[in-house]
Structure formats: structure tokens, C-alpha cells
Design a protein around this ligand. Structure first.
Ligand code: AMP
Length: 204
């Protein structure tokens, strides 16, 4: 399955909750790229500046990274993609690879949150670098004394660019999945538990 939605819709947080229940790997292209940046690999060096500016990493790079990942044995019983595909060429490459592997997508779940809410959500976001747990300074504050960090691309300037990339490049992917009859829309505004419950209902 695929989780899709604007930056700050709650994909990462909800994916972590869902995979615990579904027992399938959570494959986040953003997390994989951030790990490459941290490790200082060639891929990380190529991605770092683009990510910081809220731009997309080139399709061929991300496609290769994700297709390699979903070919691993732990994906044999299913997997959840988060943050990929983000462009029409990425969706097409995924479709070709899945068809060749005889794998059918069960669901593409769109978490919907209007733009006006996104900037406040994203600029208040922090994470625990040790566990990856995501917090929000106003809505889900970290425990007192926990040292949390902000993503380099969670500034107002970068998120505005990321939102425009979402509308311009990612939304055009949706009709493709709608045409296949597997797109499910879920309202992403509400408490974490409410949104998890809506996602579970959409998947059942
Ligand atoms: P995310 O954690 O999903 O918000 O991704 C963070 C950043 O990583 C994005 O703003 C892009 O710069 C890059 N990125 C993640 N996934 C993709 C993708 N599928 N295609 C291109 N760039 C990506």
C-alpha cells in the first residue's frame, strides 16, 4: 500500500502506528534519504542541498533506491510506501516494476489536510534523533528534558516550496490510482487516534 498526502499531513506518524498493527515494513523515501545524508554517502551528498531547499531529489535516483528496497525479502508479504511515488514518472516506474513482479497494490491512502494548517504543523514539528519519534511543540509536546531536533526542511520557507511541489507534481499522480479504483481519501484533521481509526477503517 501507499500513503500519500502533503508534507505535514501526518504520514510518518500514522505509518509508524499502522505498520505496528499490519506487521509490514514502513518504507519512507524521506527517511532513507535523510539516513544517506547522515552517513555522507554519494546519494546523501547529492540529496542534501535539494532536500534542504524543499526541492525534489531526481526521479531516477529515488526510483532506483525504492525499487531496490521493495525487492528485499522482508517485503514479500507486503509493504507500506510513504513519500513515494511523488511524481508521475515515479508512479509509472513503480507500476512497471510491480507488474513485472506480479504484485498488485491493495490501496493508496490519501491523508488530506488543507494548506492553511500545514505551515503551523510543519514548523512546530520536532523529532527525537534517538528513536525517530515525532512530536509537535503545541499539539504533542516532547517530554520535559528530552533533546529534540527540527528537520532542516521544516522551515516556513522550505515548507511553502514543498507544498507547491506537492500540488504541482504529486497530486497529478492521484487520478492514476483513482482510475484503478484503489484510492481512498481520509480526513487528516483530528487527534492522532481519530486519524488512525479513520485509516484503519479505510483499509478494512
Ligand atoms: P519527506 O520526509 O517525505 O517529507 O521527504 C523529505 C524530502 O526528501 C523531500 O522534500 C524531497 O526533497 C526528498 N524526497 C523524499 N521522497 C522523495 C521522492 N519520492 N522523490 C523526490 N524527492 C523525495
Amino acid at each position: 500500500m501507499i500513503l500519500v498526502g502533503p508534507p505535514g499531513a501526518g504520514k510518518g506518524t500514522q505509518a509508524a502506528r499502522l505498520v505496528e498493527k499490519l506487521r509490514i515494513p514502513h518504507i519512507s523515501s524521506g527517511d532513507m534519504l535523510r539516513a544517506a545524508v547522515k552517513e555522507g554517502t554519494a546519494l546523501g551528498k547529492q540529496a542534501e542541498v535539494l532536500m534542504k531547499e524543499g526541492k525534489l531529489v531526481p526521479d531516477d535516483v529515488v526510483i532506483g533506491m525504492i525499487l531496490d528496497r521493495i525487492a528485499k525479502p522482508d517485503c514479500a508479504n507486503g509493504f507500506m510506501l510513504d513519500g513515494f511515488p511523488r511524481t508521475v514518472p515515479q508512479a509509472e516506474a513503480l507500476d512497471v516494476a510491480l507488474t513485472a513482479a506480479g504484485v498488485a497494490l491493495d490501496a493508496v491512502v490519501l491523508i488530506e489536510v488543507e494548506d492553511a494548517l500545514i505551515v503551523e504543523r510543519v514548523t512546530g514539528r520536532r523529532n527525537d534523533p534517538k528513536t525517530g519519534t515525532i512530536y509537535h511543540m503545541k499539539y504533542d509536546p516532547p517530554p520535559a528534558g528530552l533533546a529534540v531536533v527540527q528537520r532542516a526542511d521544516d522551515t516556513e520557507e522550505a515548507v511553502t516550496k514543498r507544498l507547491s511541489k506537492y500540488h504541482g507534481e504529486t497530486e497529478p499522480v492521484l487520478p492514476f490510482y483513482e482510475g484503478k479504483g484503489i484510492l481512498r481519501r481520509v480526513d487528516g484533521v483530528g487527534s492522532l487516534d481519530e486519524v488512525t481509526a479513520r485509516l484503519q477503517a479505510a483499509l478494512s
